[in-house]
Ligand binder design. Sequence first.
Ligand code: SME
Length: 156
Amino acid sequence: MAEDLHIETGSKADKYRALLPQLKSLLAGETDQIANLANTAAALKETFDFFWVGFYLVKGDELVLGPFQGPVACTRIRRGRGVCGTAWERAEALLVPDVDAFPGHIACSSRSRSEIVLPLKHADGTVWGVLDIDSEHLGHFGLIDLRFLEEIIQLL
Ligand code: SME
């Protein structure tokens, strides 16, 4: 595809539905993982104007900051720490409607109020990274996001 996105107007689900095939063809033409993570973060930021969207990658016993869009962020997160480290440890997606109510939440920015984190898994189920999306609004993420983001991370 051309390196520009057509962004649907309409509901969140409409936007995800329009984004998915475009992202699929964008990623299909490239084998470099960092390039694909970078374009995925940019496409999500451009489509939804999320406050922060990006990847943390498993390196040893830590997550290390990967490609992202948004304000500068913490670079290293230990396994089991914060929302990202917990999603990694449990190998499951976490929807956090109010970050202040999540024990151990790591506040990279005081403007972040809610978030969704999905683990990225190899075929054998081991986690190689996480997708982390933050919003300035409480309760910004729900099952629609979860459903479509699960599809998006299958492309990576
Ligand atoms: N909020 C995350 C830390 C990463 S920043 O939000 C970009 C957490 O608690 O895992």
